[in-house]
Every structure is written in C-alpha cells, then in structure tokens.
Design a protein around this ligand. Structure first.
Ligand code: ADP
Ligand code: ASP
Ligand code: MG
Length: 415
C-alpha cells in the first residue's frame, strides 16, 4: 500500500464526463489498496473566465480580491470530483486550501507555500476516504485566500506530496509525458521516458508550461518521485502499465539514460525587450536603470550592455510582457536623471532555449544553434547561457520556425 498524490489539470477536468473518468481512474488506484489524495485544477478556461470578469470591473484588479475570485474555479472542481466518486460508491471528502490548511505568504497572485498541515488528511485516509484538495490556492497568516500563480496546481500537488511524504506524485495532463519540445508546435517531438530534475527545472523556468517551475523545485528539494502522464487514456487502463507510463523526473543522472547533448527546447512568448539608448557609461549605470524597475516589483530576465562609444552606452534587458508598459513608464520617469538619449521597447519578441546536461561535456552546441538560426535567416537579438542551457531572443514571428529548425538540427526526434 502506497500513498499517492494525483493531480488533474484543466483539460482533464474539462467537463462532467471527463470528471467522471477522473473518478473512475482514481477509484481504480484506491481499489488497488493505495491511499489517494487528489488535487484538481479548475475546469479548462475557467480561471481565464474568472480573471476576465474581474477585469471587466477593474482594469488592474485588486490582487486580494482577484485571488478570492480566481480560487473559486478549483473549489467547483473539488466538489464535482467528490460527488463523482461518491456516485460510484467511494467515500470521498473535499477541502479548500484553507481547510487543510495550506499556509502561504501574502504575495497575492503568486503566493509561496510555507507549510501544510496534514493531520486532517491523514485521519480521512485512515478512514478509507479519498481526499480531494483544491489546487492553486492557499491561505495566509491573516486568513486571506491566496493563489500560487498560473499553473499553480502542479505546485499544490507536489507540495502536498512532499508534506505527506507520499510515495509518488502523478501529474495527469492532456499530453502523455514531457516531450523534447511542445508537441503542439513540433509534431515530431518525442516523449522522454525520464528527464533529470535539473533539465526539467530549466525547461519549466524557460517556458515549458507542462509543469509549473515551483512544482519542480519542490520535487527536487524534497525528492518527491514525480511522473507526468496522460489523463486521456482509458481510465480502466491496466494499473501497472499506467504506473510506468509517461515521463519520470529522475534525481540521478543515470549512466544508461539517453545521453543526448540536448534534451529539450523551451520557448517563451511572454517576453518584452527594452533598450535605454545613449546613457553616460559610468559606474552605477546598471543599478540606476534596473533599481527602479526592481522597486516596481518587475522581474528582469536577459541583460546586455554594449561597449561604450564616446562615453555613451546602450543597455538592453527583457521583462515579462505583462509588465512591459509599467517598466517603460518607470524608465521614462527616470530618463532625465539617467541622462539617456531615448528609450525604446519591443513587445514582439520570444525567447528560445536549448537545454541539456550533456552540454557540460560537449563543445559546439552554441555554434550549432547560431548556425541553424542563421541558415533560416533569423536574427538573434540577445543571448544568455548557463552550464546546461543556451537562450536566444528573436522576433516572435520566427518563433515556431526556429523551434522546428533547432529540433531538427539537434536530431531530437531520434531516440
Ligand atoms: P494542465 O491543464 O494539465 O496543467 P497544461 O496546459 O498546463 O496542462 O500543460 C500541458 C501542456 O504543456 C501540453 O498540452 C503542451 O502543449 C504543453 N507543453 C509545453 N512544452 C511541453 C513539453 N516539452 N512536453 C509536453 N508538453 C509540453
Ligand atoms: N487553474 C489555475 C490556472 O489556470 C491553476 C492550474 O491550472 O494549475 O492557472
Ligand atoms: Mg498546467
């Protein structure tokens, strides 16, 4: 008997028929003698709909009230799934985040989980119940409802698995595992049987939305065996077959594992580029440009500063597209004191990254990447690298072309 956490995403919970299928799948695991905790997301499209409603009232919704609204989608899912389980003869009980309680900080819309009390859940499991807990939401010290950022149900599930010392966390989604790149963009993308935790963390943080980055951090910090697999197969699929399907996030670099130099390609359409032109090149330039941006709580990603010509330099960086206008406003208000000639912005850019632990021991990955893009006539605006990734910023209209060309150049379709 094992303790297993299942997470079901929006598509998996997308209709009452799909929810009935989730119930049958969960019941199958429970019938096999396992203790099961389920973390569902809101039904697909629901969180967008709720945020849309808020924006009809306030163009910049109050974050606390926005979380009140956005968190309700998951509560509906929990109730429906509990009922679907009861309807097939299972004992099931549903909880909102605050009832457990899943305690977070107070950073509305991007709260971080601080602790999870598992007493109540354990008592229910001892009673033979299946426990269903809302994804995406928590509660802060003052009893305010918080949410964990888009895609946050992954993090709820892995954090609950960590807190309960679960044997495994199964992330059921609308694809049958983690692929070399988004299979909706490159049809030749190949499913990976396993991926190292480090690579998964890079892919997620560089834009692969299959797992929320923080869920991968939890999996790594607490060594939670985590697997990504399909919820769209026959719910009565043989349990052993299902248990070994999908993609396992591994913590060891298995010597027998696929020894690819590159494991995957991630892309992020969510970037915007800002250039401060003609600033006097003196100590403190970066600080004076980026200080006010940081104070406005805007995250900066890629940065380049050109060599100075006649004592003046250009400074370019990227920010999340959502924060683009705010970042421009901040800079325009400090333009005079910076002594900048002008400030330019471009929100139509995308970041593409190749990721692989094999890069550590191989040279030539960057030059192959740059050659491939140049052969497609794609201009690189910015570059950033780490030990296991190379990222480039390009015009967003070439994003899909670039991902396909790189996938082919690195032969990722081949096992
Ligand atoms: P859920 O609602 O189940 O959380 P998401 O939409 O958040 O599902 O994540 C699954 C989606 O992630 C897939 O449908 C796929 O389009 C996308 N995706 C992006 N990169 C990858 C990748 N490398 N492998 C698999 N799926 C990916
Ligand atoms: N429902 C939330 C969202 O759409 C959380 C999740 O799906 O993981 O972002
Ligand atoms: Mg998701």
């Amino acid at each position: 008997m094992a303790l297993i956490v299942h997470k079901y995403g929006g598509t998996s919970m997308g209709s009452t028929d799909r929810i009935k299928n989730v119930a049958r799948r969960v019941a199958k695991w429970h019938d096999a003698g396992h203790r099961i905790v389920v973390v569902p997301s809101a039904m697909s499209g629901e969180t967008n709909r709720l945020i849309g409603l808020a924006k009809e009232i306030q163009s910049q919704p109050d974050p606390r009230e926005l979380d009140m609204i956005a968190a309700t989608g998951e509560q509906v899912s929990v109730g429906l799934l509990s009922m679907a389980l009861q309807a097939i003869g299972k004992k099931a009980v549903g909880y909102a985040g605050w009832q457990v309680a899943i305690k977070t900080d107070s950073a509305y819309t991007k709260a971080r989980i601080q602790s999870i009390d598992n007493d109540k859940v354990n008592r229910d499991l001892d009673d033979g119940k299946i426990v269903i807990i809302t994804g995406f939401q928590g509660v802060d010290e003052e009893d305010n409802i918080t949410t964990l950022g888009r895609g946050g149900s992954d993090t709820s599930a892995v954090a609950i698995a960590a807190a309960m010392k679960a044997d495994e966390c199964l992330i059921f989604t609308d694809v049958d595992g983690v692929y070399t790149t988004d299979p909706r963009v490159v049809s030749e993308a190949r499913r990976l049987k396993a991926i190292t935790f480090e690579e998964m963390l890079e892919l997620a943080s560089l834009g692969s939305k299959v797992l929320q980055t923080r869920s991968v951090e939890f999996a790594g910090n607490y060594r939670v065996p985590t697997r990504v697999l399909s919820s769209l197969t026959d719910p009565m699929l043989d349990l052993e077959v299902e248990a070994n399907s999908g993609t396992l996030i591994s913590f060891e670099e298995d010597k027998n594992m696929e020894q690819a130099v590159i494991s995957g390609i991630a892309f992020n359409r969510d970037e915007a580029k800002i250039t401060v032109l003609g600033v006097p090149d003196r100590p403190g330039v970066a600080y004076h440009i980026l200080g006010p941006v940081a104070e406005a709580n805007i995250e900066v990603d890629m940065i380049i500063q050109n060599q100075s010509v006649d004592g003046k330099t250009d400074f370019t960086f990227t920010v999340p597209r959502n924060d683009f206008q705010r970042a421009l406003d901040v800079l325009n208000s400090s333009k005079e004191s910076l002594g900048a000639a002008s400030i330019a912005g471009d929100a139509k850019v995308s970041k593409i990254s190749v990721v692989g632990v094999g890069m550590r021991s191989h040279v030539g990955v960057a030059s192959k990447m740059f050659r491939t893009l140049s052969e497609e006539g794609i201009n690189i605006m910015m570059i950033s690298t780490s030990e296991i990734k190379i990222s480039v910023l390009i015009d967003e209209k070439y994003m899909e072309l670039a991902v396909r060309a790189l996938h082919k150049a690195f032969e990722l379709e081949k096992a």
